[in-house]
Design a protein around this ligand. Sequence first.
Ligand code: ADP
Ligand code: ZN
Length: 752
Amino acid sequence: MFAQVAVDIAHSKIDRLFTYIVPDTMQLELGNHVLVPFGRGNKLAEGFVLMLSTAPAEPDIKLKSVFKLLEPYPIFTKEQLSLAYWMRETYRCLLVDALRLMIPTQLRGGHIKEKKQYVVRLAEDADFAAIRASMMNKDGSLKAPRQVEILEMLHKTGAPIAYNEVLKFLPGSSNSLNALITKGFIIREEFTIFRTPAGVLKQEDTTVDLTASQENTIRAISFGMKTKRGTFLIHGVTGSGKTEVYMQCINSCIENGQHAILLVPEISLTPQTMGLFRARFGNKVALLHSRLSAGERFDEWRKIRLGLVQVAVGARSVVFAPFDKLGLIVVDEEHEQSYQSETSPRYHAIEVARKRCLINNATLILGSATPSITSYYRAKTGRYTLLELPERVNLRPMPKFKIVDMREEYLCGNTGIFSNMLLDELDACLKAGKQAILFLNRRGYSTFISCRSCGYVFQCKNCDISMTYHRTENRVKCHYCGLTETVPELCPNCGRKFIKYSGIGTQQVHEQMNYRFPKAAALRMDYDSTRSKDAHEKILSAFARKEAQVLIGTQMVAKGLDFPDVTLVGVIDADKSMYLPDYRSAERTFQLLTQVAGRAGRDEIPGVVVVQTNSPLHPSIRFARTHDYKGFFTYELAQRRAALFPPFSLFIRVLLTGKDESQLYLEALHIGRELEKAALIALGSGNSKDLIYLCASPSPIKKRQGDYRYQVLIKLLRTERTAQVLNAIYNCINENSKERFFTVEINPNDLF
Ligand code: ADP
Ligand code: ZN
């Protein structure tokens, strides 16, 4: 037998399979993890068996043999192997880079640590009474009282006991215990145990009275799972009970003997939601989130691979869960940007999910209160089946929007952070003993420091961005590279003392909150306050226990939270995301407003949302205020069609980075010309208008972490020729990438 092995070294020069002889004593399967001698020095390298054959692929070469099989089971399913090939094609990545996404890092580099434990039990053929008798002296006293004690304990328990437990129970008994093992009365066995991060795995019986829309949706999907499958898009308003729908669909999937995956954004993997899944699925679910230790992560993965669980819940990468009977994938909050990977392989989890569902003949559910324009467009044009949950459960009203024009507020003399409307609402909310969430998408204290005298702006030395002032540490920080410096007293440019702090961050909101409402306790949740392990959980559970009345935070508080006592949401500055130089800024602002508003009024008392803005008539605000997703979609799609933005076109960004700016610019111009030529040839004559835009220029953030950044931005009409052009673009990049490394991104999350 011969094995074709992908060696686990990420390098474009060895992005192919190598043939090895399989020794007669070794049984290999596809997907096995092996050690092979590699290179001139025959150093041992890890590898993955991707093909097996009876004849070598390269007959003339002297072949080496596989050295060792590492895991007794294939670490990849056959489906994952074909998925990896698909990813290499689609995302132009190395095969091993695709494969590495599918296994826990612990499996690689010889770091595997299964947690072993020894247990002891009575030997099957041991006759307790006879052994006991044999240990008795003639006068009735015991020869070895300790040994008898151990035997009695095991006899009474009637089950294996952990070796260490015996020693804990009967201190100083290790010699006696080992003697019994040597005599063969007691058997010692090795057990692999699984680390269970959340402790108890009790499954609870829950029955809810489904709303009519929930019932219809579940019925449609269950029917779909048995027949045509395909993709469903659930558009359900915030608080409409989407999670219940997902859980019931997952249930019917596993009742059919199949497996299911649920993807949620990392920030929604709160203890609260995980408790919900544990309660519902008990031992049947593996939960993968970023706070697991490497060992716990490895164990959860193994439970999936070895078929010990039927459901996997996690963030983006759980889409690769190695189930072999995949029946359903659910993607919650499908519009979230975090589903797209920002490092190579730049995969989008929804695309991977669609591919896996296609291979496995499985069903895909996408759900959101604010579906992405692209997904909703697909549903409207018949590629997805649209299902709607138009009302909140128990017919609770949607939160009421109150829009405050901050320009008027200013003209009337209020120059503070909080409008009078927000102050009044906060006051009423706190007096009623309820809770409030204040949202601001900027951390720190002041986001901008400048000199009043000469206009100098304090920027990061390494990045083309202004420094943020953090009052808690009394330092300025760069949010891109992490550089921190002491606060300047004098302007480094003109030497005068007119330093001005502007731009509000969460720390300042917190300070103002304490000042205005000294009796109310407020918690702050942002990147800075959640750096330590479990900080995130501690803040949320303190808020849940009502130890604080107000939660202030960045996008971490905007989504997914379900606190019944929150009746007020304040958006401190809605304009931040509105005017970014990105065609998606209206879409993102609408999503953010709708999502953050959805945190209010989830129980009996209706919610209120106060939105502070300088642009009260902006469409994102107008449509969010009336909870009119469809209106927003129609408006936004018309804009996109007129300007030929996605979904009607595709953005490709080729990024070049380096220290020498002028050199970089010349190279960007050169590759831009080459790309244009290649694209036009691929399009063929008469189709040149497909290439809407191609421009080489500095990136909007021209310098980052000490490197200059130039880019070629390409906008391409989506037609049946698009794949062809992409191919030509990738080939052109490959041919030119000898001296310069290019990052190619298709529809990147941001265009900075
Ligand atoms: P969404 O994800 O759509 O915003 P959730 O799934 O978080 O909404 O549901 C909102 C709340 O309603 C949750 O607390 C959930 O337990 C509850 N819920 C869901 N379905 C029902 C139902 N049929 N009857 C009563 N409560 C429900
Ligand atoms: Zn920086």
